[in-house]
Write a protein that binds this ligand. Structure first.
Ligand code: EPZ
Length: 425
């Protein structure tokens, strides 16, 4: 298995182009199932999860065509769907596979999707997706590990869905399902993540009738048919936040391009609060921590527009290197401090209280170590700690990083990081 080797301690300095967002691309790819016409997505990142979704769609019968040389644009055609089953072998690799359920059920009146199991960061049930689809008239049974769903009439019916808890994937699944349902669907307490707005914008280009974009109430009037469209995937705000933290943790300066700063206001506020300078540019922003004196702060993860859970591990790594104490509270997932024992092996001073809070006391210097993480963002937290640490850090289980960070080593080395991939057998 591949590993990443980092020799830390160099302040990073340079410019990084932010890729298309994985968490926007995945639902957009699933949305292609809603139409029998071509849907072209551009700015797709080269990531393992995108390949997994590509394989899932292909086995349903979606035809994929590369529309540019480097593979960043793909045309999807779902006019000949011959298989309505999403198999365990693919779903177990990537939970976002559940996003095909709403589109398949809505367009074809039935679907069979493997139940995603638990995951390293929490139990992550899909009960809210299923109860919402039931409210729209679906009959759903769990059989032999699969969600087996169908509609009597072949059509879902519009309904009022009130999510008791904000769910990104749940909102996306119901939003997609509602576009072809009979009548009006109102989604209340909808997630407001920019990736959902991006999905809604693409669906509207395909002919969907959706109102309330960016708010917690989405109103969808079902249509008979969705048509061809071309859509550019929104920039990855989590990737951008990770590289902004790379600048901060190494006390360097990185300009991030192709990313509107307003997508990551909560992260920018926290960085400014601890003493990092953030300056907006024409198509991005500069994070500068050269000669900065950074101090601790308190942060709680929340649904958008709050501080993202997907940046918690990276911020925790940064806070281990600043003066004073910080309190980080994780409110979205119940097991998202798995990076803490690994950071402690690098000399960090962190106490986890219960399952949801960590008190971090800054230390003068982290020291390199061999570490591993159990999920994507925790792995990035360890890479960031390695960039700041004295000596050599080896990060194992690089396949987590390959799921969500395009050209990670190239992007960081272009800013002066001493980082390389060690290829395993
Ligand atoms: C999305 O996951 C993201 N994944 C996650 O990013 C992200 O961490 C998460 O949203 C929160 O922002 C994609 O977009 C592909 P949720 P999702 O449904 O949709 C509970 C990354 O690192 N819940 O908003 O699965 C759930 O257990 C990944 O890129 C239910 O209880 O998250 C969690 O506690 C990791 N029942 C909370 O809601 C349900 O039916 C929020 O989950 C659904 C969710």
């Amino acid at each position: 298995m591949d590993r990443i080797r980092i020799i830390g301690g160099t302040p990073l300095n340079g410019r990084i182009r932010i890729s298309g967002a994985k968490n926007a691309a995945l639902p957009l790819m699933a949305a292609c199932l809603l139409s029998d016409e071509d849907v072209t997505l551009t700015n797709l990142p080269h990531l393992a999860d995108i390949m997994t979704m590509t394989n899932l769609l292909a086995q349903h019968g979606v035809k994929l065509t590369l529309t540019d040389q480097d593979g960043g644009a793909l045309c999807f055609n779902a006019s000949h769907i011959f298989n309505l089953k999403a198999p365990y072998d693919i779903v177990r690799k990537m939970r976002a596979s559940i996003l095909v359920l709403g589109p398949l059920l809505s367009r074809f009146g039935k679907a069979k999707v493997s139940l995603p199991g638990g995951c390293a960061i929490g139990t992550r049930p899909v009960d809210l997706h299923l109860s919402a689809l039931e409210k729209m008239g679906a009959e759903i049974k769990i059989k032999e590990g699969y969600i087996v769903a169908f509609t009597e009439t072949g059509k879902l019916k519009g309904a009022e869905i009130v999510f008791p808890k904000v769910t990104v994937g749940g909102t996306e699944n119901i939003l997609m399902a509602a576009t072809l349902a009979e009548g009006r669907t109102v989604i209340k307490n909808a997630a407001r993540e920019p990736e959902i707005t991006d999905l809604a914008e693409c669906l509207i280009k395909m002919g969907a009738k959706i109102e309330g974009l960016g708010s917690d109430t989405l109103i969808v009037d079902g249509v008979e048919h969705l048509h061809s469209a071309t859509h550019k995937v929104i920039a990855d705000r989590i990737e951008a936040a990770s590289y902004a933290i790379a600048a901060a943790i190494t006390r360097g300066r990185i300009e991030l391009t192709d990313i509107p700063l307003n997508l990551l206001s909560a992260v920018a506020h926290v960085l400014i609060d601890i003493g990092v300078s953030i300056t907006e540019t024409e198509n991005g922003f500069i994070t500068d921590a050269q000669n900065a004196y950074l101090i601790g702060t308190d942060v709680m993860t929340e649904p958008y527009p709050g501080f993202p859970t997907d940046v918690q591990a990276q911020l925790t790594a940064l806070l281990t290197t600043v003066s004073g104490a910080s309190l980080v509270t994780e409110s979205i997932f119940e097991n998202r401090f798995m990076h803490v024992p690994e950071l402690a092996r690098m000399g960090a001073n962190i106490n986890v209280h219960g399952v949801s809070s960590a008190i971090i006391r800054g230390v003068p210097r982290l020291s390199g170590a061999e570490v591993m993480a159990t999920d994507l963002r925790a792995s990035m937290g360890l890479v960031l700690a390695g960039l700041a640490a004295e000596g050599e850090t080896i990060v194992n289980r690089v396949y987590h990083l390959d799921r969500g960070y395009e050209h990670l080593e190239d992007k960081l080395s272009s800013c002066g990081a001493n980082i390389e991939r060690l290829h395993g057998e």
